[in-house]
Write a protein that binds this ligand. Structure first.
Ligand code: ADP
Length: 495
């Protein structure tokens, strides 16, 4: 009997990848292609949707070839993807009628503002868990229908299909047989009522979107369809699908209420599992579908920090403090503390829980003794403070203290940052053995579908901790540090 592999498609903002995992969750093969972002006007961000599909197809074929050569048979495919990015294509030809409008795109700011002025934001949040913002797909869908010649009429006539990237890939992978999405991706469109799990007529009317273009919403685990052998070379079941941040939550096996996953890359994305009861946030967090299994929704609170590793990049590239991000650790440890220096990295405003888009970054508390080691240390410490601000919001919104924190992303290579994070959040910080948590999450979902794993509990039992950091700071030192940070943030907000 041949060995089994699970193929995860991880279609992200900057690259399209496929990763093959063994049943034990080990990485067997990886293939990746960088994806170009286009900026046709100020605030507009687009991608070529055909490239998204063709690069993904290439990557899957490549890993299939690699694992076959090693004697593995590909059992199932799981898909994870950049969320909210919007594609509309012709049902007959499969051709996109416009470029993919990427989640970062701000062209629909005025549409969203007009809706805010009508006073509908609270109703939208109550249904979707989201804040009314161009980030989500709804206003992007309407923009394409209103700006591509003849699109609206074709949409009304049922000739067009809308999908986020998961749906677009699924449609192509199945040779145009399946037009479906999963609840986690659908929850980011601003068109799904996340309490009922269905597309919402009022929201569709608000954004002027015909129901005929929407995909079917499915559980995160199930038979999404089979790959078309003529296209992929093999017919393989697609058994799991989830948006990237939800997939990372699943890859980190945060299946119990209060568990948190936090990803420290360029920015930082944090999700807390809040169980099966929907709650809206009072602290500018989002509520989102973590996953839906057998029709049962599990929710998460989500908060993002715009600048995490980007602050280290700034010290490297703009301030010229060091040549490699990894050097920041030794530099930070060369001084006993930041000597009262705080670095508020609001280069692109402040995210949750402040939502101050116009805030500017600042380095505060400088004295004659301050040097680059103090500033670098302050930049790493800022990761912990920003996380703690989010954790306080999570705790307030969920009504429970946060549980285990499982972290990933490039910055967790920095042991100083991880220890300070554990100290300031005052929780153990766990790092996973398999660091590709997003792809692993898609693989876990697909693996449950084919019975490689019994259920999510079985997956949870297999998750392995590579390293854990325990809080060790004294309470008074922590309080002092946090009040210094709060003071620094206040100064940035008032500036
Ligand atoms: P993304 O997926 O957003 O591209 P990654 O997860 O690859 O990001 O993480 C890259 C980020 O992590 C960069 O901003 C980099 O500056 C930072 N980084 C990587 N290694 C370290 C390190 N050892 N110490 C501090 N920052 C680091």
């Amino acid at each position: 009997m041949s060995k089994k592999a699970i193929i995860a498609i991880d279609q992200g903002t900057t690259s399209s990848r496929a990763i093959a995992f063994s049943e034990a969750g080990e990485i067997l093969a990886v293939a990746q292609k960088e994806l170009t972002l286009y900026y046709p006007h100020k605030g507009w961000v687009e991608q070529n949707a055909n490239d998204i599909w063709l690069d993904t197809l290439w990557a899957v074929k490549d890993v299939l070839g690699k694992v076959a050569a090693d004697g593995y048979s590909a059992e199932v495919i799981g898909i994870t993807n950049q969320r909210e990015t919007t594609i509309i294509w012709d049902r007959k030809t499969g051709k996109p009628i416009y470029n993919a409008i990427v989640w970062q795109d701000r062209r629909t700011v005025d549409t969203c503002q007009a809706l805010k002025d009508r006073g509908v934001e609270a109703d939208i949040t109550e249904k979707t868990g989201l804040l009314l913002d161009p980030y989500f797909s709804a206003s992007k869908v309407a923009w394409i229908l209103d700006h591509v010649d003849g699109a609206r009429a074709k949409a009304e006539a049922g000739q067009l299909a809308f999908g986020t990237v998961d749906s677009f890939i699924l449609w192509h992978l199945t040779g145009g047989q399946v037009h479906a999405s999963d609840a986690s991706n659908a929850s980011r469109t601003m068109l799904m009522n996340i309490q009922t799990g269905a597309w919402d007529d009022d929201l569709l009317a608000l954004f002027n979107i015909p129901r005929q273009i929407l995909p079917e919403i499915r559980d995160n685990i199930g038979h999404f369809g089979d790959s078309d052998a003529q296209i992929l070379g093999q017919s393989i079941a697609i058994g799991g699908m989830a948006g990237d941040q939800q997939a990372a939550l699943i890859g980190q096996a945060c299946f119990k209420e209060t568990m948190v996953k936090s990803t420290y890359g360029t920015g930082c994305f944090v999700l807390m599992n809040i169980g099966q009861k929907f709650k809206t946030s009072q602290n500018k967090l989002l509520t989102t579908v973590a996953y839906q299994i057998d029709g049962q929704m599990t929710y998460a609170l989500e908060g993002s920090i715009f600048v995490a590793g980007a602050a280290i990049q700034w010290l490297r590239d703009n301030a010229g403090f060091f040549d490699h991000a990894a050097e920041s650790e030794a530099l930070a440890l060369s001084v006993p503390d930041s000597n009262g220096v705080y670095f508020v990295p609001a280069f692109t405003g402040l995210g949750a829980p402040y939502w101050a888009p116009d805030a500017k970054a600042a380095i505060l508390g400088l004295s004659r003794e301050s040097n680059k080691a103090h500033i670098t240390r302050a930049a790493l410490e800022a990761q912990a403070y920003q996380t703690q601000d989010l954790m306080a919001a999570f705790a307030a919104d969920s009504g429970t203290d946060i549980g285990t924190m499982r972290c990933d992303g490039g910055l967790v290579a920095n042991a100083f940052m991880c220890q300070y994070l554990a100290d300031i959040v005052h929780k153990p910080v766990e790092l996973p053995r398999v660091t590709e948590t997003t792809a692993l999450g898609a693989a876990y979902l697909a693996g449950v579908y084919v019975g490689i794993y019994k259920d999510l509990d079985d997956v949870g039992a297999r998750w392995q901790c590579a390293k854990a950091y325990s809080p060790s700071i004294m309470a008074d030192k922590r309080n002092e540090a946090l009040s210094g940070w709060a003071h620094a943030v206040r100064q940035v907000l008032c500036a």
